[in-house]
Design a protein around this ligand. Structure first.
Ligand code: TYD
Length: 204
């Protein structure tokens, strides 16, 4: 039985979620919680190798192969990092998780969403986040934040970005209890306040 709390941070590239994840980690620690940080792709060890292929390989990568690499990394993250920490009663903060695959490989690349849901379920052993933040940004803010030094995924173009963003918003509509959308064009401090407020509300 899961004792801890599993919280995921999602959003299109350049949405600022990693900054918010670190601020939220500091907040939770100051409140006395035990926190574990992880990320997908590539938390540590084998995952870092998979991440390197996903972001830097410059030969042909089929959309299905890309999906399976993200899913393989996810299985490793769940088995070796997330589930053991939840078992110890920790709050696990994960930078990207299952919703990324639905948004990027499903809505972005156009793969079948039902099949992705099934594969996600296999990779996670049915573990679901208790709470998910989606940091929503427009394309201009994203491009500005990502800058010129783009990795393989960030080089997928504006149409792709828009499909990913719409995918996330669609997911949030489908699961309003779990998924909270935050306007990520606000200041870092304002966004952090939103995160803490939503977390407190969900704890009640
Ligand atoms: P990363 O550098 O971690 O991006 P960010 O800082 O924006 O999180 O790179 C992860 C990239 O991988 C990002 O472009 C999103 C993409 N991704 C998928 O396409 N599918 C997935 O399932 C996951 C987890 C990430």
């Amino acid at each position: 039985m899961q004792k801890g709390l599993f919280i995921t941070f999602e959003g299109a590239d350049g949405c600022g979620k990693t900054t918010q994840l670190l601020l939220f980690r500091d907040y939770l620690i100051s409140e006395g919680y035990e926190v574990l940080l992880t990320r997908e792709p590539g938390a540590k060890g084998l995952g870092e190798r998979i991440r390197d292929i996903l972001l830097n390989y410059d030969g042909e990568v089929s959309d299905r192969c890309e999906s399976f690499l993200f899913l393989a990394d996810r299985a490793q993250n769940i088995d070796t990092i997330v589930l053991p920490a939840l078992e110890q009663g920790k709050i696990v903060l994960c930078d990207r998780h299952t919703d990324s695959t639905v948004a990027y490989q499903g809505y972005g690349r156009g793969l079948d969403i039902e099949e992705i849901n099934m594969l996600n379920n296999l990779a996670t052993k049915g573990t679901k986040p208790d709470l998910t933040f989606i940091f929503d940004v427009d394309i201009r803010t994203s491009l500005h934040r990502v800058g010129n030094n783009k990795d393989r995924m960030e080089s997928s173009g504006q149409e792709f970005f828009n499909r990913v963003r719409q995918g996330y918003l669609e997911l949030a509509k489908q699961e309003p209890e779990r998924i909270k959308v935050i306007d990520s064009t606000k200041t870092v401090e304002e966004i952090h306040e939103d995160v803490v407020r939503i977390f407190k509300t969900c704890q009640q």
